[in-house]
Each structure stands twice: as structure tokens, then as C-alpha cells.
Design a protein. Structure first.
Length: 242
């Protein structure tokens, strides 16, 4: 009885801590806000332009200083450099997860700070290094990028990401639970789910943030082949160490 009392007390204590953390999160102020009368991004070709962009996470410690470049519609550009050089920050800024200190980022000649964030992010697909999966079915994890997608569309996206056959081998197919953060899937399988999400979303702009850096050589080659297919005729920015 004593053991179960202590165990129950610890569970309740842990639940209270989780609740406090959740309440703290809910009361956080939104740092990046839409400007008054912000309009939808009117995507035409997918041209991306950074114009004299300066950015820092901490005042006085610039991560990016007067960065200027352009990615033409359908072009693939690689950002290569050591950790901490600001490569991933460029992708975060393009998704407007942060505001700039100065300069401007444009998509099809539209300043992204003046468009609705929801419309901006709806045009951009991201395949991160560490894919976030939910404790849900593999089908719903793919459908996360477009929740109105039909089962056929989900399966076509999975096929494009070269994971459809593997899903059919799972105990419940597309209804197989992947576990917390996708623990029931391998690293390569999780990355393919992320690619399938991007395929399903059908964005004009694709951002790859070291999407294959933690995988073995053969898996990396297979995933790169899948990525090459979906990036064709789409504006693509790739972040890599090598």
C-alpha cells in the first residue's frame, strides 16, 4: 500500500508540473504577429530573395549580417558551412519564425513581413533533420500537412517518398501507431514520412534542413533520390554541412 501511495503521489506531482508548464506556454506572448491589413501571399513562380538581411537571436550578436542572395523559380540552391554559421536561421526566417533586425525577404516580390503568416507557411514545405511525429497512426502523420487529403492522396504521397510498400508491411498498414515521436520507426522511415508530408502539401518552395545528415549512407542515397523527384520544378533551398 505504501508503494502505491508513493507512486500515485509522484504521478499527481508530475501531472501538476506538466499542467504548470502548459499554462506557462498558453500565456506566452506571440512574438511574430501579422501586420494590420496583411494580405495572402500571391504565389506566382516561387522566386525567393534575401535583401541585406541582418538578424540576431541575442542583441549585439549578429548571426546574419547583410545577407543578400536570390533563388530563381525552380532552382535548387545549397547553403553549405559549419554549424553555427546561420544556415538553418535562413530557413527559419524564410518561414517567418522570427522577425528581422533589418533588410527584407521577398517571395515573388512580396515582403513576407507584410503577408499573412498562414498563407506564407502554406506555400512552403520543410523537411527537417529531426522529424517530429505524433503518437498517432502513420497515415495521420502524413496527412498532418493537409488534413483534408483523401486516403488515395496519402498513399500516392507515400509512394512518391518510397515508403508506401514499407507501410503495407506494417501490422495495421496506414493505421499502424508510430509511438511517441515515432519511436516505432527507424530514422530513415521517419524521414520518408516527412518527405511524404511535403509531397502531400504540394508546396512551390521546399526547404531541406540537413534532412539526411543522421542516416547511414545507403538510406541517405535512397532518400536523396526521393527528394530529387519531388524538388523538380520547385524552388528548393538545401542546408548541409558537406
Amino acid at each position: 500500500i505504501h508503494y502505491f501511495s508513493v507512486f500515485s503521489y509522484r504521478l499527481i506531482q508530475s501531472a501538476f508540473v506538466d499542467m504548470e508548464n502548459m499554462l506557462d506556454l498558453l500565456t506566452e506572448q506571440v512574438e511574430v504577429q501579422d501586420v494590420a491589413e496583411a494580405q495572402d501571399l500571391k504565389l506566382t513562380s516561387g522566386r525567393v530573395e534575401f535583401d541585406q538581411v541582418c538578424f540576431s537571436y541575442v542583441p549585439g550578436q549578429e548571426v546574419l549580417k547583410e545577407v543578400t542572395f536570390a533563388v530563381e523559380p525552380g532552382q535548387t540552391v545549397a547553403l553549405v558551412g559549419p554549424s553555427g554559421s546561420g544556415k538553418s536561421s535562413i530557413l527559419r526566417l524564410l518561414c517567418r519564425l522570427y522577425d528581422l533586425q533589418s533588410g527584407c525577404i521577398r517571395i515573388d516580390n512580396q515582403d513576407i513581413s507584410k503577408v499573412l503568416q498562414s498563407s506564407l507557411r502554406g506555400c512552403v514545405g520543410v523537411v527537417p533533420q529531426d522529424t517530429v511525429l505524433f503518437n498517432d497512426t502513420i497515415g495521420n502523420n502524413i496527412r498532418f500537412s493537409r488534413i483534408t487529403a483523401s486516403q488515395q492522396e496519402v498513399e500516392l504521397a507515400a509512394a512518391a517518398a518510397d515508403i508506401h510498400s514499407r507501410i503495407l508491411e506494417l501490422p495495421q498498414g496506414y493505421d499502424t501507431e508510430v509511438g511517441e515521436r515515432g519511436l516505432k520507426l527507424s530514422g530513415g522511415e521517419k524521414q520518408r514520412v516527412a518527405i511524404a508530408r511535403t509531397v502531400l502539401k504540394q508546396p512551390q518552395i521546399i526547404l531541406l534542413d540537413e534532412a539526411t545528415s543522421s542516416l547511414d549512407t545507403q538510406t541517405e542515397r535512397n532518400i536523396q533520390a526521393s527528394l530529387a523527384k519531388i524538388c523538380t520544378n520547385r524552388t528548393t533551398i538545401v542546408v548541409a554541412h558537406r
